[in-house]
Design a binder for this molecule. Sequence first.
Ligand code: ASP
Length: 456
Amino acid sequence: MKVIKFGGSSLATGVQVAKAVSIINADVERRVIVTSAPGKRTPTDVKVTDLLIQYAQQVIAHHETDKIVMQILTRYQAISDYFELNTAVMTALTNRLCALTTKSFTDQDYLLAAFKAQGELLNAILLTAILNQQGIPAKFVDPQTVGFLVSGTPNDASVLPATYANLASWQLPANVRIVFPGFFGYSQTGDISTFARGGSDITGAILSRGLRADLYENFTDVDAIFTVDTRIVSHPAMIAKMSYREMRELSYAGFSVFQDEAIIPAIQGQIPVNVKNTNNPTAPGTLIVPEQFLFNPANPITGIACSDRFSALYLHRYLLNKEVGFTLKLLEIFQKYGLSYEHMPSGIDDLTIIFDQRKLDPPTIHHLCRDIRTTLHPDYLEWIDDYAIIMVVGEGIAHTIDTMGKIIDSLTQNNIAIHMINQGASRISIMIGTQRKDAPAAVRHIYDTFFVKSEV
Ligand code: ASP
């Protein structure tokens, strides 16, 4: 049995939905289908999820909502018109969307979550109607009816372990496809909560694990995952197969195929994930599998990711290595500001702490540096904002001895200063810190060292 998830661009128009329908029809094993909300049709288009956020904001502000509701419904109407669906379907969607304003919510965060979730929910109802009309028996399933439970904040929820027990006892009906909306679940008190943005991938991964699927197929709009960002290297090599942990390291450092934590449930359930293209479904795509299936990769490097969303705090103090409790006091200061850090490479007299810039604002940085100065008296403190991290990832790194040397050579020969270099204990990734301005060139040089020469 396969769980199959379609991304927003794959369900954005009637033409795209028709492609999804034939993909579903092509394989009877594709029994559970996860929807996203209609995504962008053109680069300047607005995703339905973003329109729903505007709708929620206008309701909160007691503003007129007719226009935004119309804008949202037009997106579904266009798909419905393409398939010449019975008008009853659009009436049902309209009623659901309008009824939202009459419901009461615990607070504004829950209101926002419930509005946002409608994008995938309405698309699931619509897709169910389309499949049935096309002679493919299908059933819409609301996450609440199967105990798809989440906890945490309403707009950044996490799955509850009870969900897996509930899914394990769900008897999938035979000969009918299940259409399941992505992106949200229900709290134990019955309130809708969504995952972080891009969270339909998480729903697919949770269902794959809970239903013990043989494969989780994730349909998007690219033929495969590329070895490097196509904005940095044009026409790079594609990745045919990679391990879960390679995917996780690469998405952490900027690969945008999946949201960072999206496939963790699939990893926990050891379910292979196949990223495929809705526009070219016969292409094999990229298969993401447990590492034990990948002991002999042809190239030590599977991918190179780069992200400049980092800031670094550099601290220098003589005899730091002999000082007991320095790091503890530092961590206490971070805790005081509710801050987590990403990495902390250290030397004998110095320490660099790397933060995700998105978790910081200028007043916090100011207070943090002030507290560190007064509590720890460093000889030197510098806040570095133009920090980029390049992640060179590959299961094969552990099996070669010259990978690190080749990376360093490729950068130094091209006059790129390395500010930090770090290889984790798992030996599947090498992390390199550079100045932001140097990062794209650094990625290109590393790419050219390990892959066929690129056209820039
Ligand atoms: N529609 C949601 C978003 O735009 C979730 C998803 O697409 O996966 O973030």
